[in-house]
Design a protein around this ligand. Structure first.
Ligand SMILES: NC(=O)c1ccc[n+]([C@@H]2O[C@H](COP(=O)([O-])OP(=O)(O)OC[C@H]3O[C@@H](n4cnc5c(N)ncnc54)[C@H](O)[C@@H]3O)[C@@H](O)[C@H]2O)c1
Length: 277
């Protein structure tokens, strides 16, 4: 059968930051492939709405919820223990959680996003979630995957900004002085590049135990952003548009299943060709 290797029946996939825009899509993709899903995030309400939406589309699906702050080692450990108690083995870990700092206008956070004024607290909190969180989850769940000899898959969600620099012209607000211009914060590039290092490291670390680790680097997703931003970003993308949020689903299915059994330590960039320019 052509798609047999994509089948995830009998596998359990845990997604971090699962109640967000793309986390929901990753969950939908893995449900479609037959996996049992563990949705984790920091808000109970958001998790419940995520489950309701997903359940509407996949009747009879196994969807479990766990509050989990990825930046807290005890919280990650507690979820792992709860899974084990319930006889669930996490076969697939999708490190997706991130703090997405919005690039805002003059009344917003723009001055503090600039390197000259970037607050250490923001640096620490964003790295704690986007990078340290991926490490902590990989440490706990990867150790369990490696331990019983059954292996597993770790997928880190990076970004096209793991391979290119942000183009700060995208965020420019006319009429503002240079030192007030909004920018994509430095943490974003650092976290996403760091995730690629983590990916390569883990890919070789547990390879002999059957644990593969790859990264998926999505380009910008259309989510109702303002018109000027969309026009500017589209002009940097050879396909001439942002991604629809569903457009990463098949990559998720490939990367998390045996369809990619020989892929390890790679960063798959899906960005409409932006980074090829
Ligand atoms: N949306 C895009 O255009 C885009 C493009 C490239 C890469 N990405 C990456 O994809 C991933 C998902 O992005 P998104 O657009 O769905 O963002 P989002 O903000 O919608 O979702 C992120 C989720 O992470 C959760 N989160 C925040 N702090 C957390 C913590 N301490 N512990 C656990 N969860 C926490 C949030 O509650 C949220 O549900 C991120 O890693 C992001 O950088 C997004």
């Amino acid at each position: 059968m052509a798609f047999e290797k994509f089948d995830l029946t009998g596998k359990t996939a845990l997604i971090t930051g699962a109640a967000g825009l793309l986390g929901m899509e990753h969950a939908a993709a893995l449900l479609e492939s037959g996996a049992t899903i563990v949705l984790t995030d920091i808000s109970n309400d958001a998790l419940h709405s995520a489950r309701s939406l997903l359940a509407q589309k996949s009747e009879g699906a196994m969807i479990r919820l766990q509050i989990m702050d990825v930046s807290k080692p005890q919280a990650v450990q507690a979820v792992a223990e709860a899974m084990t108690l319930d006889g669930l083995r996490v076969d697939i870990l999708v490190n997706n959680a991130a703090i997405d700092p919005k690039v805002e206008g003059a009344q917003g956070v723009l001055e503090s996003s600039r390197v000259e004024n970037f607050p250490l607290e923001q640096w620490n909190s964003q790295i704690a979630v986007g990078l340290t969180g991926a490490f902590l989850c990989s440490q706990v769940f990867g150790t369990l995957m490696a331990k019983d000899g059954k292996g597993g898959v770790i997928l880190n969600i990076a970004s096209d900004l793991s391979v290119i620099s942000p183009d700060q012209r995208l965020y420019r607000k006319e009429g503002l002085p240079e030192d007030m211009q909004p920018v994509k914060p430095v943490t974003y590039s650092v976290i996403k590049s760091g995730l690629i290092g983590l990916t390569r490291y883990l890919a070789t670390y547990w390879a002999h135990k059957g644990v593969r680790c790859n990264a998926l680097s999505p380009g910008g997703v259309f989510a109702g952003q303002d018109k000027v931003f969309i026009e500017r970003l589209s002009s940097l993308i050879p396909l001439g548009r942002l991604a629809q949020k569903e457009e990463y689903r098949s990559a998720i299915q490939f990367l998390c299943s045996d369809a990619s059994a020989y892929l390890n330590g790679q960063n798959i960039v899906i960005d409409g060709g932006r980074s090829a320019l």
